[in-house]
Design a protein around this ligand. Structure first.
Ligand code: MN
Length: 522
């Protein structure tokens, strides 16, 4: 039997942090449940001390999600670690992930204050002491403690070995060697992992974890080089979302280890048939669309268009296909629902897609489903997901769309009128704009009095064909707070209005939260 490589998902921490958007805890639960279905080994759920919202999300995920270990992030400071301990108090398999800068660049840059020492050497001693103390404190809350040596890729080797040895002696079970800045190349990063195994006393008692960033497009290659050299945990995110150019894409690592098991000689516990669904869910909820040509989960990842390829493919699949679409859950037979499908049939299909809705939610989804089925006759899985995601309200809505009318054409000035429910009252607005969407947004802004700025607007057809549902994603910003709003409809103007209103509702819910919570870049 080959050795297992644990899969550590940080979509909800590193991924969310970078998406520039804050998910509600309901959405985080939906993603976490799907990650459990995917059967990852660890879910990093958030950074509890960064904001009350993050604390609550970690607490809920820890309580409600069964299967994977649930991990919370902290710096090597007592307040952070205690917040992790508290947030994970109701969790069956809690893990605390703590750590500190290991490179001289980080030590000199982030610990300038004299209380950390005057010379670089004094600071190094102090940082080492803080690392050990952090692990010991974390161990008071759980046996499962992971330590990260931030910017390990650029750290001086002898000092890194000393630090990793000291934290293992203090009780760290997993040691994470992040390439925080995406600076290393595969041979070099692999050699770094190997050097740890050869030089750190007690390294056999810990699992080495790799955490790579994609600044030079080598996050996945670096992670795999780490595995070849003895790392037995890989960290990454779904679709590779994350700080700057992103984290290592977990779906690519998983499929590389699986497809080339002959070469790597290891396996993961991931159910690869859940990859496509997970990818779609994360893209939808975070408002980050997957490029069509993306490896493993892109829409074109398994399509063959050149004549010679198609011919070869039809004769024998293996000629041009190293993975099968069904291996990543792409070719699952699409049961087509129609307006004649009842509540039971819909609930059944949704359950197979991973959604357990309560009675009220099902009723809402069913009404939306009928409206869509009425317009486009055949409803595909993708349409259902768009409907369900549209119905997941992270917050009680302040604004609801009641009525929308637009007047537009090649020789007309686009004009929109809207009526919104605003708490117990209704408000009406009318505006002209550069186009129908602009006019609608101006009319909505008139009613809500919002000062929010539209930063990004994306529209996507959920399924193919002229009657496809349109899904609109917007990013809006107000007072330093960024949110993503989504809306889906067979009418793209209506989808646009819904996305904007969804964003405004999210902003309203954040009004009391801190403008930009502190983050840890690791
Ligand atoms: Mn990171």
């Amino acid at each position: 039997m080959s050795e297992k490589v644990a899969v550590f998902d940080t979509t909800l921490r590193d991924g969310e942090q970078a998406a520039g958007t804050r998910l509600g805890s309901r959405e985080k639960i939906v993603i976490a449940r799907q990650l459990a279905q995917l059967n990852v080994d660890v879910i990093e759920a958030g950074y509890p001390n960064s904001s009350p919202e993050d604390f609550e999300a970690v607490e809920r995920i820890g309580r409600e999600i069964e299967g994977p270990a649930i991990c919370a992030l902290s710096r090597a400071v007592p307040a952070d670690i205690e917040a992790c301990g508290k947030a994970l108090a109701g969790c069956k398999r809690p893990r605390i992930h703590t750590g500190i800068g290991a490179s001289d660049i980080h030590i000199a840059g982030k610990f300038q204050d004299e209380r950390y020492g005057r010379t670089l050497e004094e600071k190094r001693r102090k940082i080492l002491e803080m690392a050990v103390d952090a692990v010991k404190l974390a161990r008071q809350f759980t046996d499962d403690v992971e330590f990260y040596a931030e910017d390990a890729g650029r750290a001086e080797r002898a000092y890194l070995f000393e630090m990793i040895g000291a934290v293992i002696a203090a009780g760290a079970r997993v040691v994470n060697i992040p390439d925080t800045t995406g600076y290393t190349v595969p041979e070099q990063y692999g050699a770094l992992i190997r050097s740890l195994r050869e030089n750190v006393p007690g390294i056999d008692r810990a699992t080495i974890s790799v955490h790579c960033h994609d600044d030079l497009g080598m996050a996945v290659a670096n992670s795999l080089a780490g595995v070849l050299n003895g790392a037995r945990q890989v960290e990454g995110t779904i679709n590779g979302i994350g700080e700057r150019a992103g984290n290592a894409a977990l779906e690519e690592i998983v499929m590389a280890l699986r497809t080339r098991a002959d070469y790597f000689g290891v396996h993961t516990g991931v159910d690869s048939r859940e990859l496509h669904r997970t990818s779609r869910l994360v893209a939808d909820l975070l408002g980050f669309q997957v490029p069509r040509n993306k490896a493993v989960v892109g829409a074109n990842a398994f399509s063959h268009s050149s004549g010679i390829h198609v011919d070869g493919f039809l004769k024998q699949r293996e000629t041009y296909e190293i993975m099968r679409p069904e291996d990543v859950g792409m070719a699952e037979s699409k049961v087509v629902l129609t307006a004649r499908t009842g509540r039971h049939g819909l609930a059944d299909r949704l359950a197979r897609l991973g959604y357990a809705l309560d009675e009220k939610e099902l009723e809402q989804a069913y009404r939306r489903f009928l409206a869509v089925a009425d317009k486009k006759q055949e409803v595909f899985d993708e349409d259902l997901l768009a409907i369900v995601h549209d119905e997941i309200h992270p917050v009680p809505p302040v604004y609801e769309l009641r009525y929308l009318h637009i007047y537009s054409g090649t020789s007309a000035i686009p004009t929109a009128t809207v009526r919104l429910q605003v708490k117990d009252a209704t408000g009406e607005g009318a505006a002209i704009g550069d186009g129908p969407v602009d006019a609608v947004y101006r009319a909505i802004a008139q009613v809500t009095g919002t000062a929010a700025r539209l930063e990004r607007y994306e529209i996507r057809a959920v399924t193919s064909g002229a009657e496809a549902m349109g899904e609109v994603t917007v990013q809006i910003v107000e007072g330093g707070r960024k949110v993503v709003g989504r809306g889906a409809s067979t009418d793209v103007i209506e989808a646009s209005a819904k996305a904007y209103i969804d964003g405004l509702n999210r902003l309203a819910s954040l009004a009391s939260a801190a403008a930009s919570p502190p983050t840890v870049e690791l």
